[in-house]
Design a protein around this ligand. Structure first.
Ligand code: ZN
Length: 287
């Protein structure tokens, strides 16, 4: 079986220190978690930004701060910036992180209910964002909350916006969206084009069961405090603890863990582009 890529969704838009004191909010806290998780075996980091008030923001200055600090402490990791909508609905703002030219950025190819909101990604927005992915050659992680979103991704590819091989992340168990079960996971992975790579994310209590199923089924794994605040035993989770748990399960069943460079190969990322984001962040800072 292919080596296992572990992605960490460190912060998200929803968790607060009141919900879990270990949620990394500042650039320094985020970078320290990246370093620890990288040393434990994680290779991809899904990064959001928070303002000084701790609230989600799409302001590039905060993304840039996070990126520069992460690259200082863990220069070889793959940075995946979020284009999620909880921090703002403006199309240009949501596209901003892609313009920083990270190795990857998240791209949810459809709308769904989530706690308290409609996570809105209209057909027009999908074409807008997909054309930016094409233009910048940033690799999207296609965030899939239900099977129609896979169809939308295939549709965008037929229109020439998205280039295979695709990387899908199945997000299961979010209240309002598709629940986690092995049956649902199997259904989704049987619905993606051949030669795609995939990972899975279980929200809340399903985080570790979903990661375990994915490890067994040959997929990759995303865990982190964005997706679950507690360990299976009910204790408070930390990002390193979640990674440690996934590594332990993988090792028990003989699945090896991918390094960042091995992850680049599996995800068809050009290793020469790994630091383009740094140049881009520096030039944004100057202007
Ligand atoms: Zn996210």
């Amino acid at each position: 079986m292919e080596k296992l890529i572990i992605t960490v969704a460190l912060t998200g838009n929803v968790p607060t220190k009141e919900m879990n004191p270990y949620v990394p909010i500042s650039a320094e806290e985020i970078a320290q978690d990246v370093r620890r998780c990288r040393d434990l075996g994680a290779s991809v980091f899904h990064v959001h930004a928070r303002g000084r008030d701790g609230k989600p923001t799409l302001k590039l200055e905060y993304y840039i701060e996070n990126v520069l600090r992460i690259k200082e402490v863990a220069p070889d990791v793959i940075i995946q910036l979020s284009t999620g909508a909880r921090a703002g609905k403006d199309w240009q703002d949501r596209a901003g992180p892609v313009k920083l030219l990270p190795e990857m950025a998240s791209f949810t190819t459809g709308s769904t209910n989530l706690p308290g909101i409609v996570y809105e990604n209209s057909p027009q927005f999908l074409e807008f964002l997909a054309s930016l992915f094409k233009e910048t050659e940033v690799k999207p992680e296609l965030e899939i909350f239900e099977v129609g979103m896979i169809n939308n991704a295939i549709f965008l590819s037929k229109k020439g916006y998205l280039e295979p091989p695709f990387h899908f992340n199945f997000v299961l168990g979010a209240p309002g969206a598709m629940p986690y079960s092995v049956k649902n996971l199997l259904f989704l992975l049987e619905s993606i084009p051949p030669n795609s790579t995939w990972s899975a994310t279980g929200i809340g209590n399903s985080a570790i069961p979903c990661a375990t199923a994915s490890i067994i089924m040959g997929g990759h794994v995303r865990v982190g405090l964005e997706d679950s605040l507690f360990m299976p035993d009910g204790s408070l989770a930390t990002n390193p603890k979640l990674v440690e748990k996934v590594v332990k399960i993988a090792k028990e069943i003989g699945r090896e863990i991918a390094t960042p460079d091995e992850a680049r190969k599996i995800l068809s990322l050009d290793p020469l582009k790994k630091d383009v984001i740094l140049e881009r962040c520096f030039s944004y800072r100057k202007n």
